[in-house]
Design a protein around this ligand. Structure first.
Ligand code: ATP
Ligand code: MG
Length: 402
């Protein structure tokens, strides 16, 4: 008790750490005013003539360029504006990496609507019908964002997007109640989207460019004001973070460096986030480790990744064999008091992780007896990933959120 009390009383550089958390969306987004304006123009009809028009928009841009934040902020503001216009618009943000199947996505939409309808045992088609019926009966309008649309289309195909965007086409004079925003890092070339959805999305495409160093500086200064003690971040620290994150133009990376540098300052009991803390934060924060991607993985996927790290770290080999991996994974499970998953399930996990680009796989080459699949880490140092995973697993045990 004493230890905990003492720790809680220790001064911190943060005034509100939550303002740097992943799910927090700031009330203004510097350098994204133009994107909000463009979205508003595209949705003007939905607000001015509800039921007569619906809209489909695609947001495309590199990682950390503000796509998710802009959309969430826009959804919130549009909901308020709709209320002012006397109708109910419900904004639902679905992350298709988290909601992995069509069923899970529809489920998420339905629970956001708080229908109170028990959902067990329903088919995808039934779920969709219930949603449409519910919004019709209750006179609601939906703005649904499918975030990580590229990941979703790759995994599940385009059926759901098609169904959602065609909800009203079959009924003459039907109220147009469902609008869609898709978010993707790539412009979705190569998917066989149906021609009408495709042409609308391409016409209503909003491009997000990487932030340049000056823009990152503004963003950092603004987020520092919200989250950190006044005067605790010297200009030299902001300079260093902008220099490091400037090459990728990734605001998430910049903010993550700030957050971890702040944590390092707290650990050392120093009430200033000095450049040295940024340097040490950089050593274990790389833009390739997309912490959010890792956070969304299941516990056993994390165990599996941890096993890869532990095998690769002390080894001279660039790859591990699946047999070794499975054995090591069992050890990690044991260490964490969990029952290991079956062989086929482990294999599915590996394929999922390869699909997400966290692992790479190849077949063993000539000269090795029998063909086996080799698993590697394409771009993340094993020590860095190991540390991140251990932190996440530990936090999960104590119920932390970051
Ligand atoms: N203009 C901005 N002002 C303040 N904070 C920002 C701004 N743009 C992005 N951020 C912050 O940077 C982080 C990353 O932004 P966001 O999640 O919107 O990026 P994204 O384009 O969706 O990236 P990804 O493709 O990786 O999902 C978030 O924490 C967000 O709050
Ligand atoms: Mg995003």
């Amino acid at each position: 008790m004493e230890i905990i009390r003492h720790e809680l009383q220790r001064p911190s550089v943060f005034i509100n750490e939550a303002k740097l958390s992943i799910d927090y969306v700031p009330p203004t987004l510097p350098h994204r005013e133009e994107h909000l304006r463009k979205l508003t123009q595209l949705f003007r009809g939905v607000i001015e003539a509800p039921g007569h028009v619906s809209q489909k928009v695609l947001l495309v841009g590199d990682t950390g360029s503000g796509k998710t934040s802009v959309t969430k902020l826009f959804g919130k503001l549009l909901t308020e504006i709709a209320q002012g216009h006397g109708f109910n618009l419900v904004y639902i943000h679905v992350n298709a990496r988290r909601e992995r199947t069509e069923y899970m996505i529809l489920n998420k939409i339905l629970s956001a609507l708080q229908t109170g309808i028990p959902l067990r045992g329903l088919s995808t088609q039934e779920l969709l019908s219930i949603i449409l019926e519910f919004i019709e009966t209750n006179n609601l309008y939906l703005l649904i964002t499918l975030d990580e649309l590229g990941v979703f289309l790759k995994r599940c195909g385009e059926e759901l997007l098609y169904l959602l965007s065609r909800t009203v086409d079959d009924q003459l004079n039907a109220q147009q109640r469902v609008s869609l925003i898709g978010i993707s890092r790539s412009p979705l070339f190569g998917y066989i989207l149906d021609p009408s959805t495709w042409s609308t999305l391409q016409k209503n495409l909003i491009q997000f460019n990487r932030y340049n160093s000056l823009q990152l500086r503004d963003i950092l200064n603004y987020r520092v004001k919200e989250a950190v003690l006044d005067g605790a971040v010297p200009e030299s620290t902001i300079d260093l973070i902008t220099d490091i994150a400037g090459t990728s133009g990734d605001a998430r990376y910049a903010l993550s460096l700030l957050y971890h540098a702040g944590k390092a300052a707290d650990e050392k009991g120093v009430l200033r986030i000095l450049p040295e803390f940024v340097r040490s934060a950089k050593a274990f924060t790389t833009p390739e480790i997309r912490r959010e991607v890792l956070l969304d993985l299941s516990l056993h996927q994390k165990f599996l990744l941890l096993a890869v790290c532990r095998l690769l770290k002390p080894s001279e080999d660039a790859y591990v064999k699946t047999g070794e991996l499975e054995a090591r994974y069992r050890l990690v499970c044991e260490e964490n008091g969990q029952t290991p998953r079956a062989h086929t399930q482990i294999w599915t996990y590996v394929q999922d992780l390869v699909g997400l680009g966290i692992l790479s796989s190849k077949l063993s080459g000539i000269g090795q007896r029998g063909k086996t699949t080799l698993i590697g880490l394409p771009d993340i140092p094993a020590v860095v990933l190991e540390r991140e995973l251990e932190l996440q697993i530990e936090k999960k045990k104590v119920g932390g959120s970051r």
